[in-house]
Ligand binder design. Structure first.
Ligand SMILES: Cc1cc2nc3c(=O)[nH]c(=O)nc-3n(C[C@H](O)[C@H](O)[C@H](O)COP(=O)(O)OP(=O)(O)OC[C@H]3O[C@@H](n4cnc5c(N)ncnc54)[C@H](O)[C@@H]3O)c2cc1C
Length: 597
């Protein structure tokens, strides 16, 4: 319903990727009639659609041929044979991958419900790649001890997202395409709606709802080299943080080992899952020295660090020595064309290399945000170590931290997480609305507050462009808060962010028009990047240990005694105020161990 400058729905979901679309579809299926989903880009351009390699679930369709080693050929599991994979194994791999920082009850839910999600996709008509007997095909992925990545060639996210979007439309969900969420309205710990801008007209409206959910995705765009889409600027985490919600475990940023050299565009882990090699300038398969058992299929944090060490020690490739080779040639033309067609096209288009003929130059690329808005297993946002709920506010997918990935995510667990916890959020939102949730009164005029904020941005008269500041931030994060970190560099990063913020205060927006003003959007996004980047750096500086993707050269060991805990960062007057909360561990089943591959 539209009333002047206010739009009202029962439920408003920001984000049309897998998390947001699953939540919308499920809430609609469960009887909530009036759901609006906002996306700042066309819903089908959400980054979920760019996912390549697969979605995890222990379906037991395929297994390694006996006695051929961890990288030997795979064969279909004959019906009736003993299973090789199980949710228990998936659970252990995920906990070990997380370097014991994942919350184990949430992980248990995810791995147990994973096969159900895949079959639900299948029943909705999702086009998976198949084995010759018709079962869903599966491939290996890093850190998983069985082949459990279910896929559709190398464009898995595309088929999953189209399937769910179609179903959400079918259930009457209203999509606001190219609408930008500016603000979250929370008072007395109760969420009352959002403020959004219709990008086409520049109109700013208050959107009231009984429940709001964020499925706003990740923030790889805080780094210079990233696999992430332009839209992945972490708006949701910044907006929530500015509205008083703490952010959890933000210091854990995943660097994917295989981004295209100098571009960062992803060369899916499926390349290594299908048997690809990593080699250095001396043609050595250097992973032998770092993970002799798993080799190229060790988890991402370890492989990216190994590559970076090779590069730092002078064995990198390319004119600046900052690259590594991903060699697929031995897979042969047929397999590359059948399983990795998009990868081949990307390599040809962007670096002029046909992987059938030559190795692909790659380098580590910022890829995934393990941290985010803290939630429970039903997508309910919490705001402290005790788990106090923010009434009516939900989050799922990459912007949320439930936490199933802990300090390092395993490949294929993210599409699973976004789908499953999006679904669970949709279910709990439906319960909340049907149990009699009401529209809450608004504090003042939130839309007007945001109009004034934008007027202030338009009024700045400095000489510098916002773009220059955003670029400097990305360089700063890459150089001083990247794969390897130490106190000295992190302190530089922190000081630099303060200086960038001072420069931002004076920077000028060139385009002052109202219609489709991308300069204004870039400015708001730069403000978001600055605010959560400070949280990443502050959390990283405080955490004096190495765990998963957070690798401190001045504190190289994992320190369970002092650091087996989640970081919470509240926005304070003097920057992020850190506190900590315990990790949920089943001590009798999965106690912390040394992590070796
Ligand atoms: C290249 C690539 C390949 C990947 N491959 C895999 C894989 O094979 N397997 C795997 O498990 N994971 C993979 N991942 C990770 C996985 O795709 C993502 O973590 C997951 O899809 C995130 O889903 P999401 O729904 O949380 O967010 P997204 O799909 O990123 O959607 C975010 C949504 O929020 C909207 N939004 C954001 N800010 C605003 C705002 N201010 N106002 C309005 N709307 C807003 C966007 O428009 C978008 O609709 C890959 C990631 C990348 C980058």
């Amino acid at each position: 319903m539209t009333n002047g400058e206010t739009i009202t729905h029962d439920v408003i979901i920001v984000g049309a990727g897998l998390a947001g679309s699953w939540a919308a579809m499920v809430a609609a299926q469960e009887g909530v009639k009036d759901i609006g989903v906002l996306s700042k880009i066309h819903p089908l351009r959400s980054h979920s659609g760019a996912a390549q390699g697969g979605i995890a679930a222990a379906l037991n369709n395929i297994r390694p041929v006996a006695d051929t080693g961890p990288r030997g050929p795979l064969e279909p599991v004959p019906p009736g044979d003993d299973p090789v994979d199980s949710w228990e194994l998936h659970m252990f791999d995920t906990i070990k991958g997380s370097d014991w920082l994942g919350d184990q009850a949430a992980i248990e839910i995810m791995v147990k419900e994973a096969p159900g999600i895949i079959y639900q996709y299948e029943h909705m008509g999702c086009v998976f790649s198949r084995l010759s007997d018709g079962r869903i095909a599966q491939r290996r992925f890093g850190g998983h001890s069985a082949p459990r990545a279910n896929y559709s060639k190398d464009f898995t996210g595309h088929v999953l997202l189209h399937t769910i979007h179609e179903q959400a439309l079918r259930h009457g969900v209203k999509f606001y395409s190219e609408w930008y969420c500016l603000d979250l309205i929370i008072e007395d710990n109760v969420c009352r709606g959002i403020v959004a801008m219709e990008i086409l007209s520049g109109k700013i409206v208050t959107m009231r709802a009984k429940a709001v959910m964020f499925g706003t995705g990740g923030y790889g765009r805080a780094y210079k080299i990233t696999s992430n889409a332009l839209a992945n600027t972490g708006d949701g985490v910044a907006i929530a943080y500015n509205a008083g919600i703490p952010l959890m475990d933000m210091e854990f940023v995943q660097f994917h080992p295989t981004g295209l050299y100098r571009h960062g565009i992803l060369m899916s882990e499926a390349c290594r899952g299908e048997g690809g090699y990593l080699t250095n300038s001396e043609s050595d398969r250097f992973m032998e020295n770092y993970a002799p058992d798993k080799m190229e299929l060790a988890p991402r944090d370890l492989v990216s660090r190994s590559e970076q060490t090779e590069i730092d020690e002078g064995r990198g490739i390319g004119p600046d020595g900052q690259g590594i080779y991903l060699d697929l040639r031995h897979l042969g033309q047929e397999k590359i064309l059948d399983r990795l067609p998009q990868i081949r096209e990307l390599a040809i288009d962007f670096v002029g290399v046909d992987p059938i003929e030559n190795p692909i130059p790659i380098q580590p690329t910022a890829h995934y945000s393990m941290g985010g808005i803290p939630t429970d297993e039903n997508g309910q946002v919490t705001c402290d170590a005790e788990g106090t709920s923010v009434v009516g506010f939900y989050a799922a997918g990459e912007c949320a931290c439930v936490s199933v990935h802990g300090a390092n995510r395993l490949g294929t667990n993210s599409l699973l997480e976004a789908s499953l916890f999006g679904k669970r959020a949709g279910q709990s939102i439906a319960r909340f609305v049907k149990d009699g949730a009401v529209l809450q009164p608004l504090p003042g005029d939130p839309a007007e507050r945001n109009r004034k904020r934008i007027q202030i941005l338009f009024g700045k008269e400095g000489a510098e462009s916002v773009e220059a500041i955003a670029q400097d931030l990305k360089t700063n994060m890459t150089d001083y808060c990247g794969i390897y970190r130490d106190a000295e560099n992190l302190t530089v990063a922190e000081t630099e962010i303060h200086e960038l913020r001072a420069r931002f205060e004076k920077a000028r927006i060139m385009d002052k028009s109202s219609r489709f003003n991308t300069d204004l959007l870039a400015t708001i996004e730069a403000e978001h990047l600055l605010s959560f980047s400070e949280v990443i750096v502050t959390g990283a500086l405080a955490r004096t240990e190495s765990r998963g993707a957070h690798s401190r050269t001045d504190y190289q060991a994992r320190d369970d005694e002092n650091w087996l805990k989640h970081t919470l960062a509240h926005k304070g007057d003097e920057g992020p105020a850190l506190s900590y909360k315990p990790v949920q561990i089943f001590w009798d089943r999965y106690p912390p161990q040394e992590r070796k591959y």
